[in-house]
Design a protein around this ligand. Sequence first.
Ligand SMILES: Cc1cc2nc3c(=O)[nH]c(=O)nc-3n(C[C@H](O)[C@H](O)[C@H](O)COP(=O)(O)OP(=O)(O)OC[C@H]3O[C@@H](n4cnc5c(N)ncnc54)[C@H](O)[C@@H]3O)c2cc1C
Length: 410
Amino acid sequence: MRNIVIVGASLAGTRAAETLRAEGFTGTITMVGDEPHKPYDRPPLSKNYLAGEWEAERIALRKPEALEELNLTWKLGVAATALDTADHTVTLATGEQVHYDGLIIATGGTVRRLPNQPNLAGIHVLRSLDDATSLRDELNAGTRVVVIGAGFIGLEAAATATKRGAQVTVLEGLEAPLIRALGAAMGRGIGEVHARNGVKIRCGVSVASINGSARVESITLADGEVVPADVVIVGIGVAPATGWCEGAGLTIDNGIVCDATLNAGVPHVYAAGDLLRWPNNLFTDVEPLMRVEHWTNAAEQGAHAAKNLLAEMDGGERMPYEAVPFFWSDQFDARIQFLGRVTADATAEVVAGDVASGKWCAMYVANDRLVGVLGVSMPKLVMPSRALLSTRTSAADARAHFARVTAPPA
Ligand SMILES: Cc1cc2nc3c(=O)[nH]c(=O)nc-3n(C[C@H](O)[C@H](O)[C@H](O)COP(=O)(O)OP(=O)(O)OC[C@H]3O[C@@H](n4cnc5c(N)ncnc54)[C@H](O)[C@@H]3O)c2cc1C
């Protein structure tokens, strides 16, 4: 009887478990997760769940009967604390050691905190169901909410808090919102969507301190200005949750470094989801190793890692994971969709609509080829460009494509 251990009982882990069963694996699957909950979906945590529109049952990743059918051995509410790849064991916080024949690491990301972030009531992060529950209890009409960090999670939380009647200010250290995800010009466009809906977006400011006694009261900026706050949301990104598997012979450098098959450099050990970097063959010319923090990637990689682990155990062929990354984000009435990557030197060109109207599509070029397509409330133009991205279409051909598909009918 073989045992496959999955560490991280969330999206990538669940998809891995389902795939193992779907591929006919009949051995034991042990699912280790440090949260007490059965797997749930994170995107609603900053949207419908935070808005109070949905309850926890609605965001379960799978119905209880579907999980039951997978016949998993659950170890929930307990963290993995160490990995020994020579002995094939995962040590848990309880001291228990779990032997594995195959291992899938899917521990995702841990929220970053500010240096010297005080421990005051009213200061929140937003990664888990418990984070979202404690935050939503505090979002009321008139509450002064300050969001630190204008990334996707911060901006989604800002939009939801505004819809709940809070007065929201977003503080961002860089020159525009969403710079890392979309570049400055397009990020500014999303910032304008927020400004039109009453969010105060302040870029190029840095936080000197968060103040209060038992509860947060204000934020002091580097220039001495004091911004009052009843609630603070620290949304400054996540770090790969790899601390527990350090020292196990894996290469860890901004995530677990894997090969193209998602193998973590050790036989029978694979990784999936937010915590790994791998050479995505469709993009290695512009980004040799890629780490993606999006839902679709985690789901697909969970399934892919499971298939490759079984192939390795059974002497079959392992396949590279090659994909055009995709994400979506909902902020006010803007549905943001993005396919591809925004590399450091990518430039954006608006190919349809216009930023001022809040509806537009932009293509991103790097290395003289198409690397990304952004749509803001323009769903029809984004998804059909997947084929262009996966075939490394030249910038000129991509421009011609968008000119053709956006031309008014003759
Ligand atoms: C609020 C929010 C909104 C989002 N919205 C979108 C969206 O609109 N679109 C989109 O594309 N993506 C979105 N995402 C991102 C998406 O949810 C993630 O990419 C996805 O959850 C990653 O899945 P994962 O399984 O790799 O990791 P995670 O979902 O982070 O799961 C990892 C699990 O492992 C557990 N764990 C960590 N360390 C240990 C340990 N040592 N031992 C045991 N367990 C451990 C964690 O607690 C967690 O339960 C959002 C994320 C958040 C937080």
